[in-house]
Design a protein around this ligand. Structure first.
Ligand SMILES: Nc1ncnc2c1ncn2[C@@H]1O[C@H](COP(=O)(O)OP(=O)(O)OP(=O)(O)O)[C@@H](O)[C@H]1O
Ligand SMILES: [Mg+2]
Length: 357
């Protein structure tokens, strides 16, 4: 089923409205006193490339994504942020079709991903590239062979054309001189760039990145950021980037989405988030709780709603297994204290579930 009212993929026509977001400083100033964001005006952007509608994904009965709504428009760079375990990678994996949502719908290029036949899903996958955290290269292949692989698997191009394509992609990420090296012979940052070259092999319209800057030195990280921006601005690639690195996020994002415990707190322009980030101490206390949480996350402050929430989780109850109904049953603990053992016995659980270090 195509998206109701969808007109298909606007990128296909080549009309990519890059750079549609206006001046930074005025918006940042306005956002300092920001109210909860309104639905973004989408009229000028065409149909979304990706559209999540009330997406729910559960693991072991627990909703890891809980009613996510998110649209990503052609040519924009959408940064997805959130604390560890908030569901960022899971959302990304739903988007690329690795995980099937339990509820809701996910449209890509106007197609309902869950309803696609395997062959159609394969065709769809050719339209997007993925950069995993590790680069996910094949260790037994050279960088050139790694980049060539998608072209050999998914196109009928002759070997000479493939070689030229590989050189172009490796040059783009500054690795052409290292084409004959194996992944073990290059640094982590180079692996990531090689992974990006491979993700670009099929000239994708959409690129997904999971933590592209993680583990990189600041200079290499900045290089990756520059590539992401260049791909968006000059090639019109639509990007979805999961990152914890705030400097990077504010460099590359057109819009940003903040996940918290599987719920989408806010989706707004970068300038809105910048305004929240720059809100001074005196004003911060007047912000709604959700915006204070976002502010703490963006600034990396040690004090704030996130840490207060963590501290309010009762450690003793957690050890004894007193949990909320929505949370999954506990794994058998590796270090089972006597107290915990007594508690488990009281709950009638068998002693053979206990492990002691
Ligand atoms: N395949 C899986 N099976 C069971 N639970 C999973 C699976 N994948 C993720 N989870 C759980 O879903 C939650 C969200 O995980 P996810 O990897 O999406 O978080 P994240 O926001 O990407 O975190 P991080 O910043 O640490 O990478 C976590 O509690 C995780 O344990
Ligand atoms: Mg993750």
């Amino acid at each position: 089923m195509r998206r109701p009212g969808g007109r298909g993929c606007p990128v296909a026509t080549g009309g990519v409205p890059v750079g549609y977001i206006g001046g930074v400083s005025a918006a940042a100033q306005a956002a300092t006193n920001a109210q909860p964001p309104s639905t973004p005006a989408s009229a000028s952007r065409g149909e979304p490339v990706i559209s999540c509608r009330n997406l729910v994904k559960r693991f072991d009965g627990r909703a890891v994504l809980d009613g996510i709504n998110l649209d990503v428009y052609p040519g924009e760079t959408m940064v997805i942020m959130g604390g560890s375990g908030s569901g960022k990678s899971t959302l990304l994996r739903c988007m690329i079709g690795t995980f099937k949502p339990d509820e809701g719908e996910l449209f890509m290029f106007g197609e309902n991903v869950a309803e696609l036949k395997p062959r159609d899903l394969d065709d769809l996958r050719k339209k997007f590239g993925i950069l995993f955290q590790s680069g996910a290269l094949f260790n037994s292949m050279t960088l050139a062979e790694n980049v060539a692989l998608p072209l050999q698997e998914h196109t009928d191009l002759g070997s000479e054309i493939v070689d030229i394509q590989v050189k172009i992609k490796l040059e783009l990420v500054g690795l052409r001189e290292h084409a004959e090296k194996f992944p073990a012979q290059i640094s982590g940052g180079m692996k990531k760039r090689a992974g990006l070259a491979r993700a670009l092999a099929l000239d994708p319209r959409v690129l997904f990145y999971d933590e592209p800057s993680a583990g990189l030195d600041p200079v290499t990280s900045a290089e990756i950021d520059r590539l992401i921006v260049a791909l968006s601005k000059h090639v019109g690639v639509t990007s979805v980037v999961v990152t914890h690195e705030m400097d990077s996020a504010f460099t590359i994002a057109d819009r940003m989405a903040m996940l918290d415990k599987g719920k989408m707190l806010v989706v707004e322009k970068r300038e809105w988030f910048d305004g929240i980030r720059k809100t001074g101490e005196a004003e911060a206390g007047k912000l709604p709780e959700g915006q204070q949480l976002i502010r703490q996350f963006l600034r990396g402050d040690a004090e704030g709603p996130i840490t207060r929430r963590r501290a309010s989780t009762n450690y003793q109850d957690d050890l004894l297994g007193v949990r909320g109904a929505a949370e999954p049953p506990p794994e058998p603990s590796v270090v089972a204290t006597r107290r915990v053992r007594r508690s488990w016995r009281r709950r009638g659980e068998s002693a053979d579930q206990e492990q002691e270090s």
